[in-house]
Design a protein around this ligand. Structure first.
Ligand code: SPV
Ligand code: MG
Length: 310
């Protein structure tokens, strides 16, 4: 371990714990969704494998490469200083790949990586036929990841897919123990249940087993569970992994269907962002008031001196 970079990931979780709430983390897939999440005062960011695959026209099935994901993570980091977790699927390969992965994502500006205990290549958790990784093999990946990090504060989240793959809470808890023993900084327990019952049982029993580490959840299917309910269960952070992506898909479909029906966009204009807000979110005003005038003066000066009138 070389140096301490930033502790924003741990700070985010500490602040949530002190205030008795949970951290709200937005799933993002590009610079724009990141800036929107930051302006909405979300506590942190999840660079979603599903989201980034989808905006690249790829199924979330292990097709997006590690370096493609890292490039998007670097873009997300340029757009926000919020705590940033990179969704690194099953780690892109064996333990050697996992170690390279940790360094790549630290360099890209992530504060944490999350890897899931499914066999490589993984497929999205909402698809059938999920195959779990052997417990010891995955614990070894967690150990390898922790040993590869350069910054003391970098975090490795172990994601449990037991419930997704049709196993019970006992199985998930056994795996949780093994991954924490291997050095995981936090757990993510995933579920595709329509209610919060199995998540509730997992968190209650994990806390009873004296698991003090942060527990993340992804309320995609059990969306009725409020942040207050989840916090009361002992959940540390909730990742709203794909709501921004899904909202933008609906908005794009709507505007085009209005155009199709009305042959103009009048009816939808009040519901879509103004061009000025588009320019504003990227800091266009700041750019124009600083860089552009200087550039024009320099350019005028240079062309005058050289007599070059092209
Ligand atoms: C993602 O956002 O890519 C996730 C969460 O891994 S989920 O799609 O719910 O599996
Ligand atoms: Mg994913």
């Amino acid at each position: 371990v070389r140096s301490t970079k930033s502790s924003r990931f741990h700070d985010m979780l500490g602040a949530a714990a002190r205030s008795g709430t949970l951290a709200r983390i937005a799933g993002v897939h590009d610079g724009l969704s990141t800036m929107i999440a930051e302006r909405a005062c979300m506590d942190g960011l999840w660079a979603s494998g599903l989201g980034i695959s989808t905006v690249n026209g790829l199924p979330d099935a292990g097709l997006l490469t590690m370096t493609e994901l890292a490039a998007t993570v670097a873009c997300i980091r340029r757009c926000s200083a919020l705590p940033l977790i990179a969704d690194c699927d099953a780690g892109f390969g064996d333990v050697n790949v996992v170690q390279r992965m940790v360094r790549l994502f630290e360099d890209a500006g992530a504060d944490a990586v999350c890897i899931e205990d499914k066999q490589y290549p993984k497929r999205n958790s909402f698809l059938d036929d999920q195959v779990l990784e052997d417990v010891d093999a995955f614990a070894y990946k967690i150990w390898a990841a922790k040993n590869a990090q350069c910054s003391d504060d970098f975090a490795v989240i172990a994601r449990l897919e037991s419930l997704i793959a049709g196993h019970d809470v006992d199985e998930a808890l056994q795996r949780a123990e093994a991954y924490l023993a291997a050095g995981a900084d936090a757990l993510l327990i995933h579920s595709k249940s329509a209610d919060v019952e199995e998540i509730s049982e997992f968190v209650r029993r994990a806390r009873a087993m004296s698991c003090a580490q942060p527990i993340f959840v992804v309320p995609t299917t059990y969306y009725r569970a409020t942040t207050e309910t989840l916090a009361a269960l002992g959940v540390t952070a909730a990742i709203y992994a794909n709501q921004l992506l899904r909202a933008s898909m609906t908005a794009m479909v709507n505007v085009l269907s209005v155009l199709e029906r009305d042959c103009c966009t009048t009816r939808i204009e009040p519901d879509i962002a103004s061009v000025h807000s588009v320019l504003d979110i990227c800091g266009t005003q700041k750019l124009l008031s600083t860089v552009a005038p200087r550039h024009q003066e320099d350019h005028a000066g240079r062309s005058g001196d050289s007599g070059d009138d092209r």
